[in-house]
Design a protein around this ligand. Structure first.
Ligand SMILES: [Zn+2]
Length: 362
C-alpha cells in the first residue's frame, strides 16, 4: 500500500496526502461537523505556506519534489543547497507568508471597523460547531489567528522546522555547516523535549505525538550530512567489491549453496542462459532458508530491489541510490564491474571522515 496519494499538481509540484492525514479527516468527520471546515481552512493555509517555500526554491532553480500533507502539518520536499543565504530565504518564506497574510487580515478587520475577535470565544465556537453563520469579521479573525499560530510555531528554533533551519543558516555564516547543523539539532531537541513534557502536563496528546516525531526527524538529516561530508568527491569504485561472482538462474538453491558460494562472498549476480542480467541473490538469506528452499531455482529468489550506479559516479552524489537497496550494482560500459552494499556505505563513513580530518591537519 502506498503511504501517500496524489491530491493535485500545481506549478510543476505534486501535492500528496499521507494516509494518516486521510484517517485524521475521517476521524474528524465522524466526531464533529464544523471542525472539519476549520481544519480545511488550517490545511489550506498550511498548503500556501509550503508553496511559499517552494516558489522561492524554484526562483533559485532548486527542484521541489513534492509537498506532503501530514496531520502535524505540511512538508515540502526540497533538496536544500548547502548555501546559508539561499536556505535562509527559502526557510523564511513560509513564516513570512503567514505573517503577511495575518497582517492583511488585521488591516481588513480595521477597514471593517471591527477588532480581532476574542481568541477563546472563536475557538469555543470552532469546538462546539457554532460557527455556521460566518460573519466577515469572524472569518477574518479565524484566518488571522490560524496564520499567527502557524507563523509563530514555525519560527521556533526547532530543527527541522523552519525556525531551526533559519537558526542553522545564520550559524553557518560563522561556523562549519556540519557544526551549525549539530547545534541547531540540539536546540531543537531541547524544544521538542519541552513540548513532550508540556503535552503530558496539560495534557495535550498531539503535542506529545508531534514532539516525539520531530525529536527523531532532525538526527536523520545529520546522518545524511555526515555521510555527504565523509564521501565528498570519493568515487564509488573505492567502496566497490570487485570480488563477485555470477550464477546461472536455472541452478537450484541447494547446488548454489554447495558448489558456488564461497566464504566471505554474500551477493551473487544472477544471469539467465543467454547471459542476460536477472538480478542479485543474497547467499546468507538463502542459507537461512534451509531445506525448504533447496529445490527452488535461484531465479525465483532474485531480490528485486537493487540499484544500478555508473562506475564513474561519486558516493556523495549517488548516495540515495546506494542506500535505497541492500546492494547496488556498479556498471561500466553496460557490464557489471562490482557491487556496493548499503551497510558498507554506512560503516565506512567514520573511516572516510577520519581520513578527511587527517588531511586537514596535515
Ligand atoms: Zn515551513
Amino acid at each position: 500500500m502506498a503511504s501517500s496519494y496524489r491530491l493535485f499538481r500545481f506549478a510543476g509540484i505534486d501535492v500528496d496526502v499521507h494516509v494518516s492525514f486521510i484517517f485524521f479527516f475521517l476521524l474528524l468527520a465522524l466526531t464533529g461537523g464544523a471542525n472539519v471546515f476549520f481544519y480545511v481552512v488550517v490545511f489550506g493555509v498550511v498548503l500556501l505556506h509550503e508553496f511559499s517555500h517552494s516558489m522561492v526554491s524554484q526562483f533559485f532553480r532548486i527542484k521541489v519534489n513534492r509537498i506532503v500533507l501530514l496531520p502535524i502539518g505540511g512538508m515540502a520536499n526540497i533538496e536544500l543547497p548547502q548555501d546559508p543565504v539561499k536556505e535562509l530565504l527559502i526557510s523564511a518564506a513560509g513564516p513570512a507568508f503567514n505573517f503577511v497574510f495575518a497582517g492583511a487580515c488585521f488591516l481588513g478587520l480595521m477597514w471593517l471597523g471591527a477588532g480581532v475577535g476574542d481568541y477563546g470565544a472563536i475557538m469555543d465556537g470552532v469546538d462546539s460547531g457554532a460557527l455556521s453563520a460566518l460573519s466577515p469579521p469572524v472569518a477574518l479573525s479565524i484566518l488571522f489567528y490560524v496564520n499567527m499560530v502557524l507563523g509563530l510555531f514555525n519560527v521556533l528554533p526547532a530543527f527541522p522546522m523552519d525556525g531551526g533551519r533559519l537558526l542553522r543558516s545564520v550559524l553557518a555564516l560563522w561556523m562549519d555547516y556540519f557544526q551549525a547543523t549539530r547545534v541547531a539539532i540540539s536546540v531543537g531537541q531541547l524544544m521538542f523535549l519541552l513540548l513532550i513534557v508540556a503535552g503530558f502536563l496539560l495534557p495535550n496528546f498531539w503535542w506529545v505525538v508531534m514532539g516525539v516525531f520531530l525529536f527523531y526527524s532532525g538526527s536523520g538529516e545529520l546522518n545524511v550530512l555526515r555521510l555527504k561530508q565523509a564521501y565528498e568527491g570519493v568515487a564509488v569504485e573505492s567502496l566497490m567489491l570487485r570480488n563477485f561472482r555470477f550464477v546461472d538462474g536455472s541452478v537450484s538453491v541447494g547446488d548454489f549453496l554447495r558448489l558456488v558460494v564461497s566464504p566471505g562472498l554474500r551477493y551473487y549476480i544472477v544471469v539467465d542462459g543467454s547471459g542476460n542480467f536477472r538480478g542479485v541473490v543474497d547467499a546468507e538469506s538463502l542459507a537461512r532458508g534451509g531445506s525448504a528452499v533447496a529445490k527452488d531455482l535461484i531465479a525465483t529468489h532474485v531480490a528485486h530491489g537493487y540499484g544500478v550506479v555508473d562506475a564513474g559516479s561519486r558516493v556523495d552524489l549517488a548516495f540515495k541510490t546506494l542506500l535505497s537497496a541492500p546492494v547496488t550494482l556498479i556498471v561500466s560500459g553496460g557490464s557489471v564491474v562490482g557491487l556496493v552494499t548499503a551497510s558498507d556505505v554506512w560503516e565506512n563513513t567514520s573511516f572516510y571522515l577520519q581520513k578527511r580530518g587527517k588531511k586537514r591537519q596535515a
